[in-house]
Write a new protein. Sequence first.
Length: 500
Amino acid sequence: MTKTVHHWIGGKTVEGTSGNWGPVTDPATGAVTTRVALASAEEVGTAVAAAKAAYATWGTSSLAQRTTVLFKYRALLDAHRDEIAALITAEHGKVHSDALGEVARGLEIVELACGITVQLKGELSTQVSNRVDVAAIRQPLGVVAGITPFNFPAMVPMWMFPLAIACGNTFVLKPSEKDPSAANLLAELASQAGLPDGVLNVVHGDKVAVDALLEHPDVAAVSFVGSTPIAKYIHATASANGKRVQALGGAKNHMLVLPDADLDAAADAAVSAAYGSAGERCMAISAVVAVGAIGDELVQKIRERAEKIKIGPGNDPASEMGPLITAAHRDKVASYVTGAAAQGAEVVLDGTGYTVDGFEDGHWIGLSLLDKVSTDSDAYRDEIFGPVLCVLRADTYEEGVRLINDSPFGNGTAIFTRDGGAARRFQLEIQAGMVGVNVPIPVPVGYHSFGGWKDSLFGDHHIYGNDGVHFYTRGKVVTTRWPDPSDAPAGVDLGFPRNH
């Protein structure tokens, strides 16, 4: 029986009225298991109106009230983490352990929001002139929106709305229509934690819903995570409508392996970073740059490890990698592998055509490894977003850095070496927003901010951490001068001495 996912507006489930529905499949079987309501512009307007009404009181609520709700919310999320992970696996396909890891990373930001009192402390300078004080404070924006991708249906929303509402804003979330159920559960649990109706709303939809949020005059800011072309569109459209925007785009994350590196550790890291979550993450390592004569040995070590990865349904505890989100995406990923040899690459592992017994209609693809890839090939230039790892060769450290810096993307990168001087030089010279030293996926902890450079970020603010707090608030400076009580008119005695 097909499940139906509706919107969450004003603290309750609201049935879709547009008449438009989207299919949600189980990636392991290929079967349509759910239909999701796709909102009209009017339905988006209803959600924004609910958020605007809630802001009238939430925006002026005390920090104690907000953090009390968030502490309860954190406890509920922890208690329901298996349930959230099961929804992610059912609709995205990632293995359960991966889904649990996603929830845990989202919880980090909820914990940061619980301690928002520290981030929202203002500044005070006294006696800047005679009896003049200057204070700097931060205040919420109003109604803010989040548009999130399919690959992390719980974590990326939790990178946004907990901080936004902790800062006093109200929120409208438009999650991916490919795996919508986790977002609704996150909202329901927030309501159970005592979050007032309308503070967090979820509307499902496609481009119609996105454009309605980007154009709505009552939406003050938009957060987005997704591909670079859409990030550019979100940034341009929302900015043209006078909104503050943070739009995180795509990536082509490189891992530079120097000749002195521990090749076993580097190979382990490359396999986990390239093929974890089926490569469907913006922090995946999709290009390894082998420096010097180590290339052949490194490729062999990666191959040996990749061939042992167990692929199967995400709810099977034995599975280490699940299927891709849709059949269309699977076919697109496969096309990069089938066309690689004609563009000069050596196909070491070909994962196309892979199936799982008993689940032949699932969106399966095996692990692919391409060696001696050229920088002008499609497999290198494009963000594949699947389990395909490209290996490029460089003769020197300088050549490797130049290759990485020539990429239009600048999300994350890593270096593997035993040389501290080389690592220090790399972290200063490389043009990327997040750098790992012997760490393949350098995702910052919650109290540091996440974001890239170049075509990986549009807007001035990274997400979560201090940048997230600054994005969801605006500064105000207050200059005050008060008369001294001893200056009171004659005849009014306030009890203050007059001889100073």
